[in-house]
Design a protein around this ligand. Structure first.
Ligand SMILES: Cc1cc2nc3c(=O)[nH]c(=O)nc-3n(C[C@H](O)[C@H](O)[C@H](O)COP(=O)(O)OP(=O)(O)OC[C@H]3O[C@@H](n4cnc5c(N)ncnc54)[C@H](O)[C@@H]3O)c2cc1C
Length: 386
């Protein structure tokens, strides 16, 4: 849509991925875009959007075919997510469902767990969510207070979670709990909860957010929720923190890549606008301030694109380290916010109107510096390697 560098193509793209990109774009235009405004108004995507995406093969694209997935790589996941952001539908949190939850199951689940949950996630029969954050604990995940304590052949889960993406639609939730509350980070485990199979689970408010309005971001309550011991992810208790750390690079690259798409979109809409709009008898583009600012934005977006592409290449080879992923997440989302803000200014008052995509991008971008680990936490991780 917007060419940052003449003739540049992401090095990880292939002919097959080009075809996927085209098909995914058509799918979003046909199936999702007509409902986008309604989803924003109601604060969540329609539940059947997940089934439609499943039928079209857009869920669990990088999960092995053996478990009902698409048998692709992380590159397939990237294409599906990037096109979603290009289409302007960030509320459909497939990145959490396919990019995170399904991968926890594939990486740490038993054969039985994988066979039970992954095919249903791939078809859209089950929507996934990951519940880490609590009202009292976000960044400091080692201090979660929710517990899953053994009682016979079951875990009894108690606690409260908040800000959980897909919180209203999800039926399969990966809950971060303490199985040993006295063991600090070593007592953290991941336990799966199938919401339709248990008692004591309750969804709280679908939270009213600044942006990303079509995403259902919710409170969740667990009151003596009983699940079988076999719902633990991993061979033994206390692996949760390690499991989270292993998966984080992938999650952070998904966020960084969506940030780059937003930069490109912002530049596209803004250059179109400043070529049309006039003031003092000139196009807004003819002012040197406009040219210099947009030249800076374009350069920074190009730097972000090449950095993320290199991260994707390394990720696909299994070589991406957590520090580099943290750099990409922090820098790209900071730049996303700066660029969108700069671009919005060129729209004058129109930039503040929700009917202009740039206004939506402004509101939607802000959270990118907060979720997936705040940008301050990213800098802490990077600083540890100094
Ligand atoms: C729209 C949205 C969707 C979300 N989706 C999910 C989800 O699906 N699942 C989920 O579990 N969570 C989700 N979250 C929660 C998100 O991951 C947390 O908000 C985030 O990790 C920060 O935690 P917190 O809000 O408790 O902030 P806090 O941890 O209280 O931090 C407050 C501020 O202090 C700073 N800070 C904290 N510790 C340090 C430190 N050591 N040094 C310097 N500064 C520090 C932080 O960077 C931040 O600026 C979502 C949040 C939002 C807004």
């Amino acid at each position: 849509m917007y060419e940052l560098m003449e003739g540049y193509k992401s090095p990880w793209l292939t002919e097959e991925l080009d075809i996927l990109q085209d098909a995914v774009k058509k799918f979003y235009t046909r199936e999702f875009l007509p409902h986008a405004e309604k989803w924003i108004d109601q604060g969540k995507v329609d539940r059947d959007a997940w089934n439609k995406a499943g039928e079209a093969g857009l869920l669990c694209a990088s999960i092995s075919e053996e478990y009902g997935g698409g048998g692709g790589t992380f590159a397939h996941e990237m294409i599906i997510d990037q096109e979603l952001h290009r289409a302007g539908i960030p509320g459909f949190a497939n990145s959490v469902h396919s990019g995170i939850v399904a991968h926890y199951i594939q990486s740490y689940g038993t054969e039985e767990q994988k066979k039970k949950w992954l095919p249903k996630m791939a078809s859209g029969e089950l929507v996934g969510a990951i519940a880490m954050t609590e009202p009292g604990t976000g960044s400091d995940l080692q201090n979660v207070r929710s517990t899953a304590l053994k009682s016979g052949n079951e875990y009894v889960i108690n606690g409260q979670k908040t800000f959980i993406t897909n919180g209203q639609n999800a039926e399969l939730i990966c809950v971060i709990v303490k199985t040993d509350p006295s063991a600090g980070g070593k007592g953290v485990s991941l336990v799966m909860v199938e919401t339709e199979e248990v008692e004591g689970f309750r969804r709280g408010r679908n939270l009213d957010k600044l942006g990303q309005k079509a995403a259902d971001t919710s409170e969740l309550f667990f009151d003596d929720v009983r699940v079988p011991l076999t719902n633990l992810l991993g061979a033994e208790e206390g692996q949760g923190f390690y499991q989270l750390m292993q998966q984080l690079p992938q999650e952070r690259i998904i966020i960084a890549s969506s940030a780059v798409v937003t930069m490109e979109k912002a530049l596209f809409h803004t250059t179109e606008y400043v070529k049309e709009r006039t003031a003092f008898g000139k196009r807004i583009l003819d002012f040197q301030n406009t040219q210099f600012k947009l030249a800076e934005c374009k350069t920074e977006a190009a730097i972000a694109r090449t950095f993320v592409d290199q991260c994707v290449v390394r990720l696909l080879k299994g070589e991406l380290d957590a520090t580099t992923a943290a750099m990409a997440k922090y820098w790209c989302t900071d730049k996303e916010n700066e660029i969108v803000d700069t671009c919005l200014q060129f729209f004058g008052g129109f930039g503040y109107m929700n009917e202009y995509p740039i206004a939506r991008m402004y509101a939607d971008s802000r959270v990118q510096k907060i979720y997936g680990g705040t940008n301050e936490i990213m800098k802490m991780l990077i600083a540890r390697t100094l």
